[in-house]
Design a protein around this ligand. Structure first.
Ligand code: WT7
Length: 653
């Protein structure tokens, strides 16, 4: 089996160390015994129903799980709720009303603290502002913003009135934004005049303007003033509204819409195996239930915790584990606007010390960067407040895990390596920090009530060894469909093994039943924890006038896990050169966003293809990573790849 991740696999497979849950931690943890696993496995529906009971419902469900029309599963059928009631209103009748819900730190060092009461007020007001712009239940609203408190307020305001949000990461280009708006439709876009990033301004409003030119459905654009004059934006009369002006006249009361458990909560676009991003659809009841419980148990969330997830809300991690999970638990969640190395390489540790962070959830790519920057940066700060660490987004290599454990966790904090996907909505494979013994590099075992397995090509369960990671039973926070494309939903996830969810990941299971996720087995790359499709980048390259054909691979990279590496065939008569190379890199960044910009581009005269014309990216990866070639029997012309290897190695010289 060929996986997308490179040298970490060898390291993972040799890893032998085991770290039991620290006794002190286990003593007070929400979960510290195994009876819950057996109970949940015996009757998962009863288990999830008991969790849902902990939330507020306007009307209780009639049926926990409806499996009558697979793979279109329904959870908590007939139940009515609003996730913002569980995130906000519910806490207003307890002492928590004056507890900090969100602690926000801007990149320049400014701060905002919103208590639960404050947040409830802001959300209700913006919900009314949206209604004033004509937004109704079921209408999609696109949010293209930086990491400012208004982003949290806007998403909750959408949820309050039953308007699904579609959040587009602020690092995406105007074109990528326009594609997503046009797929989701909807009349309103919320953006900012700009965002701060490493002291510079991200021109969000300018990009939004460019995008909206191509989006006929957009009637109103709401603009948060984050930067001020320096952003030098133009407001379009009649279309554009300042956030603060709308808020001045917005009413304070907005009753939450009674949502059906299966009403859409949000759409979130993610890259798939084709060029077109997929709109992953999440609904209300199951998503609320599972994000609530996983936050409580995986992060052992308590009322006195100060929890910081460093992800951007533009990704699913931010949706589930900055906003919905923590707020349903009445937790204090920290949001940071900017870069980890601005103004200094100790910025994260400065924030940990400043706010007394107790739980930190970040990504392996960041950990590897910190590791390279050196131990002196965390050592500058008192981080004794930390009690639990989390990792998400890609496999964590054991060296990084140990560094995190030692230099950030002071050897006392358990580490939860959490496996999940945009599609799964919530964490599915993870240690429970007061119970599970961890092994560096392994996400360990399934969360209670979840069943995962490793399948071989034929669909047999592999009891020990490698294969494809699959999920055998529906789970509450699962995606319900791909927006506007139910066929693609069936084909993508449910066709490889009938009745079973195919994750797209390769993984191994060891003798103790621990899962070791190795990486994608499809044409999806994982670059610094961000998901990118090879084909999406290939289309962007071929879109350039000089390019005839392109093949893109994820090449093993020390910091990012994988880096975008492209093999490009130019059109007849076009001369390769450094100017063109830079132009092509820029072109990709402009079409998709800076995260998709190739690290290297190699000009070639030919690409290795199968007899049916499919580019063999797997062989290109072997070439790029200097490995012996894998199986070449399906190649049309074996010389192509030999020549390519010779040239590639010469160029690396
Ligand atoms: C893919 C999903 C889940 C939120 C962030 C990414 C990889 C994710 C882990 C982990 C090994 C991981 C998988 C997965 N992945 N977490 N702990 N160990 N791999 O969400 O963009 O939907 O990407 O990220 O390959 O399929 P996403």
């Amino acid at each position: 089996m060929a996986t997308e991740s490179g040298n970490t696999i060898e390291a993972l497979l040799e890893e032998q160390r085991v770290f039991p849950s620290p006794e002190e931690f286990a003593k007070n943890a929400h979960v510290n015994a195994d009876d819950i696993f057996a109970q949940a496995a015996a009757d998962p529906e009863a288990f999830w129903a008991s969790v849902a009971e902990e939330l507020h419902w306007f009307k209780k469900w009639d049926q926990v799980l409806d499996e009558s029309d697979p793979p279109f599963f329904k959870w908590f059928v007939g139940g009515k709720l609003n996730i913002t009631h569980n995130c906000l209103d519910r806490h207003l009748t307890s002492w928590r009303r004056n507890k900090a819900a969100i602690i926000w730190e801007g990149e320049p060092g400014d701060q905002v603290v919103l208590t639960y009461y404050d947040l409830w007020r802001e959300v209700s007001k913006f919900a009314n502002a949206l209604k004033g712009l004509g937004v109704k239940k079921g209408d999609r609203v696109t949010l293209y913003m930086g990491m400012v408190p208004e982003l949290a307020i806007a998403m909750l305001a959408c949820a309050r009135i039953g308007a699904p949000h579609s959040i587009v990461f602020g690092g995406f280009s105007a074109e990528a934004l326009a594609d997503r708006i046009n797929d989701a439709q909807g009349n309103v876009l919320v953006t900012c005049d700009g965002g701060w990033r490493r002291g510079g301004i991200v021109p969000l409003k300018q990009m939004a303007d460019e995008a909206v030119e191509r989006c006929p459905t957009i009637e109103s654009v709401v603009v948060v003033k984050r930067i001020g004059d320096e952003a030098s934006i133009e407001m379009q009369e009649g279309r554009d509204h300042w956030w603060h002006e709308l808020m001045e006249s917005a009413g304070l009361r907005c009753e939450p819409e009674e949502m059906d458990a299966e009403d859409m909560l949000y759409i979130l676009y993610t890259s798939g195996t084709t060029g077109k991003p997929k709109g992953i659809v999440h609904t209300t009841g199951g998503y609320s239930t599972q994000t609530y419980l996983t936050t409580k148990w995986v992060f052992d969330m308590k009322d006195d915790d100060v929890y910081w997830c460093t992800a951007d809300i533009g990704w699913v991690t931010g949706h589930s584990y900055i906003i919905y999970g923590p707020l349903q638990n009445g937790a204090t969640t920290v949001m940071y606007e900017g870069a980890p190395d601005f103004p200094g390489r100790d910025r994260f540790w400065d924030i940990v010390e400043k706010y007394g962070i107790t739980i930190l959830y970040t990504a392996p790519t960041a950990i590897r960067a910190f590791m390279r920057w050196g131990d002196e940066y965390p050592a500058m700060h008192d981080m004794s407040s930390l009690r639990l660490l989390g990792s998400v987004g890609e496999p964590i290599n054991p060296e990084a895990w140990i560094w995190y454990h030692t230099n950030i966790g002071g050897e006392r904090c358990p580490i939860v390596d959490t496996w999940w996907q945009t599609e799964t909505g919530a964490i599915l494979i993870t240690p429970l920090p007061g119970y599970t013994a961890t092994k560096p590099g392994s996400a360990t075992k399934t969360f209670p009530g979840i069943s995962a397995a490793i399948f071989d090509e034929a669909g047999n369960v592999v009891p020990e060894g490698g294969g494809y990671l699959v999920l055998q039973r529906p789970w509450p926070s699962m995606l319900r469909t791909i927006y506007g494309d139910p066929e693609r939903f069936k084909e993508q996830y449910w066709s490889r093994y009938p009745g079973v969810y195919f994750t797209g990941d390769g993984a191994k299971i060891d003798a103790d039943g621990y899962f070791w996720v190795l990486g994608r087995v499809d044409d999806v790359m994982n670059v610094a924890g961000h998901r990118l499709s090879t084909m999406e980048i290939e289309s962007a390259l071929v879109d350039h006038q000089s390019v005839a054909e392109a093949a893109v691979i994820g090449k093993t990279h020390e910091l990012k896990g994988q880096a975008v590496s492209a093999f490009v065939l130019l059109k007849e008569g076009i001369d390769p050169g450094d100017t063109l190379l830079d132009e092509l890199k820029k072109h990709v960044a402009q079409k998709i966003g800076p995260i998709a910009r190739p690290d290297d581009i190699f000009f070639t005269a030919d690409l290795p293809k199968t007899r049916s014309g499919k580019i063999m990216r797997r062989l290109l990866r072997d070439v790029a990573e200097g490995r012996a070639l894998g199986d070449t029997t399906t190649l049309l012309d074996a010389n192509v790849v030999d020549n390519l290897r010779g040239q590639y190695e010469d160029s690396e010289g």
